[in-house]
Design a protein around this ligand. Structure first.
Ligand code: DOR
Ligand code: ZN
Length: 348
């Protein structure tokens, strides 16, 4: 096979779960190896709510970095009905918090302190709009009478659109979009609205979770949808459109927490994400748009310069990644894309 290479600006991950303690130590090196910056999710137990908590968490991440790693965590604050607009604004002004994360209460892992009554968070959202601080949104309703496969679409109509109308200037990132409906909504409402797309939602559809046996390692939230939605996501990601960028949502859980009667949601893709993405863009014949998705569109939305450093991806014989990594909290299974990965990150 002829050797093919692709050099792009060093990527950023605009949605990442690093956890804390032994799990943080175990997973951080994999993101730091390939990414320059990442938006760090605040759904710890207890959640990262205040500026002081975000500063302390940032320090723990920096302390856990391998020597010489050039990795900057961009912190988020977990929005609660008690969040103080002044604290949010101060954390933003001090460079401690880049964004605020909205979890509808009960939507996903550790979201119990999230928002039930959106009226209660309006003062925070209004202040964020004033200072230009983005809101990262987990876009799923939680009502038990709404089918889990419809929860993103219903959220757009019932929650997201009304909020964006009430706080017109708010900058919003719809996180980990999984549906054609979300892609269409973002494309049709281009004012101050963007979306992240995960690696795994570009690769799996709901058959991966359920057909031929139940596969807990493909279970995440929002849950993967039918194939037509996956195709819409690939189309958006590979389009070069500035509104779509990478947020891996790499979300490690130790295997025993996934493999039980009620297993946790989350897919750990940090080690092989770039190889997976290069494969997806190559298959779509859009390798020339990979850099926009991984390295240019995100910084542009967040008002940051793209990274100066470059990474080179090399195509060759399939790369084998470990099926799982060991952490101080137990083994964590690595996302299996289900096809061979021919692209590797040079030098990593
Ligand atoms: O699959 C998911 N895992 N989705 C989320 O929204 C949260 C995440 C986690 O924290 O494990
Ligand atoms: Zn997440």
């Amino acid at each position: 096979m002829t050797r093919q290479t692709l050099t792009i600006r060093r990527p950023d991950d605009w949605h990442l779960h690093l956890r804390d303690g032994a799990m943080l130590n175990g997973v951080l090196p994999y993101s730091a190896a390939h990414f320059a910056r990442a938006i760090i999710m605040p759904n710890l137990v207890p959640p990262v709510v205040t500026g002081a908590q975000a500063a302390a968490y940032r320090d723990r991440i920096l302390a856990a970095l391998p020597d010489g790693a050039g990795f900057t965590p961009l912190m988020t604050l977990y929005l609660t009905e008690e969040t103080d607009p002044d604290d949010v604004a101060a954390a933003h002004a001090a460079g401690i918090a880049t964004a605020v994360k909205l979890y509808p209460a009960g939507a996903t892992t550790n979201s119990a302190s999230g928002v039930r009554d959106f009226d209660k968070v309006m003062p925070v959202l209004e202040r964020m709009a004033e200072i230009g601080m983005p809101l990262c949104v987990h876009g799923e309703v939680v009502d038990s009478d709404i089918d889990i496969f419809d929860r993103e679409k219903v959220f757009i109509d019932k929650v997201l659109h009304p909020i964006r109308k009430r706080v017109d200037d708010l900058r919003v990132v719809m996180e980990h979009v999984t549906t054609q409906d979300a892609v269409d909504y973002v494309r049709d409402h281009h004012k101050r609205l963007a979306a992240t797309i995960t690696t795994h939602h570009l690769i799996i559809n709901r058959n991966a979770i359920l057909a031929g046996g139940i596969r807990p390692h493909y279970y995440c939230l929002p849950v993967a949808k039918r194939e037509s939605h996956r195709i819409a996501l690939v189309d958006a990601a590979t389009s070069g459109d500035w509104r779509f960028f990478l947020g891996t949502d790499s979300a490690p859980h130790a295997d025993p927490a996934k493999l039980q009667d009620c297993g946790c949601a989350g897919i750990f893709s940090a080690p092989n994400t770039l190889s997976c993405l290069a494969e997806v863009f190559d298959a779509a014949d859009r390798l020339d748009r990979l850099e926009a998705f991984t390295s240019l569109n995100g910084p542009a939305f967040y008002g940051l310069p793209p990274n100066e450093a470059r990474v080179t991806l090399v195509k060759g014989d399939p790369v084998v990644y470990p099926a799982r990594i060991e952490t101080g909290e137990g083994p964590v299974t690595v996302f299996d894309p289900g096809f061979p990965l021919h692209w590797r990150v040079d030098g990593a």
